[in-house]
Design a protein around this ligand. Sequence first.
Ligand code: F6R
Length: 615
Amino acid sequence: MCGIVGGVTNNDITALLLEGLNRLEYRGYDSSGLIVLSKNNTFDRARSVGKVKNLEDNLKARDQKILGNIGIAHTRWATHGEPSISNAHPHISMNSVSLVHNGIIENYIDLKNDQLNKGYSFTSETDTEVIAHAIDFAMKSCNTLISSVQLAIKSFSGSYGLGIISSKYPDQIIAARKGSPLIIGIGKNGNYIASDQMALLSVTKEFIILEEGDIAEIKINKITIYDLDGILVNRPITISKLKEGQVDLGNYDHFMQKEIFEQPQAIRDTLESRITKDSVVISAFGHKAETIFKEAKQVQIVACGTSFNAGLVAKYWLEDIAKISCNIEVASEYRYRHPMLLDHTLFITLSQSGETADTVEALKTAKIINNNISTLCITNSAESSLTRLSDLTFLTHAGPEIGVASTKAFTTQLVSLALLTCTIGKLKNIINKKQEKKIIDGLKRLPGLVNEALLQEVQIKDLAIRFKDTNSALFLGRGTMHAIAMEGALKLKEISYIHAEAYPAGELKHGPIALIDRDMPVIAIAPNDELLGKLKSNLQEVKSRGSQMIVFEDTNSKVEAMDAMEVIPVTSNLGRITAPIIFTIPLQLLSYHVALIKGTDVDKPRNLAKSVTVE
Ligand code: F6R
């Protein structure tokens, strides 16, 4: 949450800071700000509430341009203190230190009381301001900026990604990370910091990924990094494979729309070199995968939000197809209870960003509880906390996902989980060659099937109008389609602010059926599987309570359309693995078009942020 960008260069830095903020806006958009050290080494700061566009307008309206070669900037997702100018970053202490922060300082109240006693005053309600004062105080006893930061951070508990500048040390930025992502970009005309690589693609492709506890001193032609223990370290330079165009809208109106339509290619890319003509490539999960999967006695999945919904589909697949017991839990719960974790558990984390704080902490918790487990992360981010902490990594090749509502990350996670199911089933001799080929053939058909499902957009657009004045909606499915119904409900909530719930269709009669009336649309998913007959009965129960219904079906399901029940054929002849992936598409399109009708900010829905790196 919150995005950080900064740099020390030969040129004026302001334009780059704004460009970086625009690229990081998906991380938070309650307020934004930047600060540079001007020629006479004084701070020049601008802050605005709302989107980065407001900051740009604020800067344009100024008589005096903000100019300087060194600066830091921030886009905020509020945790402590409402979105306001005074709470926006950068924060300043005593005109000597200024900083931007991503994370939460948990003991800030104690620190604040201590600093008030020392004579510091506070201009914000944030937990961040104590960091600036702590560094300013440490500067009184230290003779470099970096040693001041090293001393100050000893008193913090919580998480931070920090970019720090000082009017007393006008040639450097200090970057520090613990629990929040931070990278260094190495450019021709200077060096930079950012929360992620996308912010800096116009100036460099060479990056250093800071590790937990690292503190770096960044000058125009020198970068020095110390680890958690203060030992000088060399971190490797990685060359980013991201292309600048990948993070632009192109001909689309919204990133979410672009990302929905990119799914055929994203799935193709995720499958590439992971399958052969008729089998799965086991080593695609890493060279230790074969041993680890053979030894695995059960699977535990943890994830959040959309990634959790993908994991729920995988639970059905792993137990049904690979015959391995599988539990799944939301990471924010798992990390705080005292779970039982048996030896030889394959512990899987799912995460688009690879940085979701709850998921990262759940993984750390699991490793503490039982040393005798193996860990696999499935993520869209090659250089992330999860990849560093896991024994095995499987990358979804979805490409950058900018829209806050996750779409292509979800379907590529499902593809990855399908490959995992096939691999484990094969290694445990549950799946024979013929069955493996059938799964592979199904996966190969996916890009084409997704394209076909996308053709339903016109019809779905018409349906979306019905949700104009709707306050609540119910999504129903059985088996894996319950997880897909959950994903459909989550998408509708997130971007159109309509209350939506998902239920396993058979559970309806145990309570939620009381909610059903003409004003509560029900959206059901009807694949042609062994539960179809039961689902049809459930649909009748809903119908007889007067609900308006929309049923997305496999053409072979032959759900009978009736008054107030619209049946949309999405596809035909889908299998257990392909069906959940394909039925996701109309639900994504529906929520997208409802949001357009409602006039919400599709890519940046209120109160949300893309990468949730705080608790
Ligand atoms: C929903 C959405 C969130 C994320 C969740 C986990 O559209 O984007 O629910 O899925 O915050 O994020 P990752 O997958 O990055 O761990």
